[in-house]
Design a protein around this ligand. Structure first.
Ligand code: GLY
Length: 584
């Protein structure tokens, strides 16, 4: 069966069983808390929660779809045997129409009778986080003659929520054997019994938020078409299926298999993203598209001026998928491709020349090449070869985030309306020069708080702070005057940290996990689900100081220079106020 036939058979199978076949939603989701559509259930979230009525909208409580999906989590893995960014998800869904018995029985029938594939084994949820072991699914599988039923944990067999909240629940998964004798997960059947008012990270991290029972439980299933085609066609990898082989034939034969896979994956992704209205830019989905387009442009450039791989492969992609996804639009795809290619080629050539001059590429030089010539991380890593060996994504992203913060701080001026370049409430600067000083004083304030804790005891806590280009002013709870000796000790400690030139970094973590690191934060403040923990030292564990904070900060404490405490006074009952300045 070719892939178009498999997709058709799947939708027919569920149509015959009372499901409304719903077209794929766009890769750009309605849900602002997710960047791209990553699963078939996303367009149906509101039907599980009861906010919308499936009977009214689809004429049935049960639906089926083939959904275009894009996952960025594995983008670095693309090129191996199994990872993709863009893929198609086949799924059937029920919003209070049916539950475990029907869902498992349908899946079993489709795999064994329609696809005629043997099932190697299935998994069920072993129970945790207050959710019981799924013995009910085991019994249903057993009744269908499947006896190899394996229990797994919340990481593997518990779906969702996607985004910042949503339906979720235990899953049961079907494994089938490929032509290399490996058992591959091909179908994930989710029993959406709960609504979770937070993110998946919060749920797994043991947040205080509780799973809430949905008023009527639902079914959500996902089966990757590429994997199913691989098993059905008896080929060793997804890239040996009909979905990819035709595309590979258009690529120059000098390129190896890994290159073919990356080009085919990225070309498919680019065609679908552009057709759904995404345009190359430097943020969010636009940046994802730009990254994959630029990687394709580099491949073409390396293969030679006369090579036009994307223009050759795009019509094949559109031709193969047009029946299932009529939104695909070849003209628009090629126009956007030509524009990005023309724009990027000029700087690519300059950037490659510049790259050639650098002996060892580190995060800083990589970021400079990105900023000046638009050379993304993947390209620098690839084109840099041995010289880019020490370059890693974490350092690069850190450098990237640091610069984004500075420019975000800059952008606030335009909207703040009182002539300041930066005004976070705590930090105020009127221009770039002041911003640099305020950034140094901001890191000083973190060091100061920790130094006060070391000298006066950990019962002190921050009561407020205010930072301008002149000084930092820090208020903290303490029951008496701080003695001159104690002030001297605090100042000495601050200057020691400065002299040691310790690195300043941050890690972004789900709030609960961030709290567990021991980082300081305001108990009264409402923080977002994901927070940044800034730390001073080599690692978060061994850090001298760690605090919940949005930045900006210096990268090394040495940038601060000598610090002087100029005043200590009372500022209300049980609250002290300290002012510190930079010596130069
Ligand atoms: N929503 C189920 C899946 O994508 O696997």
């Amino acid at each position: 069966m070719n892939s178009n036939q498999i997709r058709k058979q799947f939708l027919e199978f569920f149509k015959m069983r009372g499901h409304a076949v719903v077209p794929s939603s766009s890769l750009v989701p309605d849900d602002p808390s997710v960047l791209l559509t990553t699963a078939g259930m996303q367009q149906f979230k509101k039907y599980y929660t009861g906010e919308a009525d499936a009977l009214k909208d689809f004429g049935s409580l049960n639906t089926a779809s083939a959904q275009k999906s894009f996952r960025t989590s594995d983008i670095d893995e693309v090129g191996d045997e199994s990872h993709l960014t863009f893929f198609e998800m086949l799924g059937n869904f029920s919003f209070g129409g049916y539950f475990k018995t029907e869902a498992i029985t349908y899946a079993h029938e489709f795999i064994t009778s329609v696809m005629k594939l043997p099932i190697s084994y299935v998994t069920i949820f072993g129970g945790s986080h207050g959710v019981v072991k799924d013995e009910e699914s085991r019994a249903i599988w057993n009744s269908l003659g499947i006896t190899d039923v394996r229990e797994e944990g919340i990481d593997d067999v518990f779906w969702g929520p996607t985004g910042s909240s949503g339906p979720c629940g235990p899953t049961t998964e079907i494994y089938c054997r490929n032509s290399m004798g490996q058992d591959i997960e091909i179908w994930n059947i989710v029993f959406n019994e709960f609504f979770y008012p937070g993110s998946r990270e919060e749920l797994l991290g043991g947040s205080d938020k509780k799973l809430q029972r949905l008023s009527s439980p639902g079914v959500d299933t996902g089966m990757g078409l590429e994997r199913l085609a691989m098993i059905a066609q008896g080929v060793p990898t997804i890239f040996d299926t009909d979905l990819f082989r035709d595309l590979f034939d258009t690529f120059p034969s000098e390129l190896d298999e890994r290159d073919h896979r990356i080009i085919a994956d990225h070309a498919r992704g680019a065609c679908f993203l552009i057709s759904d209205g995404v345009r190359p830019s430097n943020k969010d989905r636009g940046y994802i598209l730009r990254k994959i387009l630029r990687r394709l442009i580099v491949f073409e450039h390396r293969a030679g001026e006369a090579i036009n791989m994307f223009r050759a492969v795009a019509p094949l992609i559109v031709g193969a998928y047009h029946g299932a996804y009529p939104d695909l639009h070849l003209d628009t795809i090629l126009i956007e491709w030509d524009k990005e290619k023309a724009k990027f080629l000029k700087t690519l050539k300059l950037g490659l020349k510049e790259l050639g001059k650098i002996d060892a590429i580190d995060a800083r030089s990589a970021f400079r090449l990105y900023e000046s010539y638009g050379l993304p991380y993947e390209i620098l890593k690839e084109m840099g070869g041995e010289r880019a060996k020490a370059l890693n994504r974490i350092d690069f992203e850190r450098e990237f985030a640091h610069h984004q913060e500075i420019s975000r701080a800059g952008a606030e001026k335009k909207f703040g309306g009182h002539g300041l370049l930066l005004d976070t409430g705590e930090l105020k600067a009127k221009d770039a020069q002041e911003l640099a000083i305020v950034t140094r004083l901001h890191t000083t304030t973190h060091i100061l708080q920790q130094a006060l804790r070391s000298v006066l005891g950990t019962e002190i806590s921050q009561a407020g702070s205010d930072i301008t280009a002149e000084r930092t002013r820090f208020d903290f709870t303490f029951h008496r005057k701080v003695t001159p000796d104690e002030i001297a000790s605090v100042e000495t400690l601050i200057n020691e940290v400065v002299r040691k030139d310790m690195p300043v970094s941050f890690q972004e973590l789900p709030k609960e996990e961030a709290q567990k690191t021991g980082a300081l934060y305001f108990f009264r403040e409402k923080y977002p689900d994901c927070v940044k923990v800034y730390y001073i030292g080599e690692s978060l564990d061994s850090a001298f100081s760690k605090e919940f904070c949005g930045g900006p900060h210096v990268r090394h404490t040495g940038e601060i220079g000598p610090v002087k405490i100029i005043k200590e006074e009372s500022c209300g009952a049980g609250i002290r106020r300290i002012r510190a300045v930079l010596a130069h």
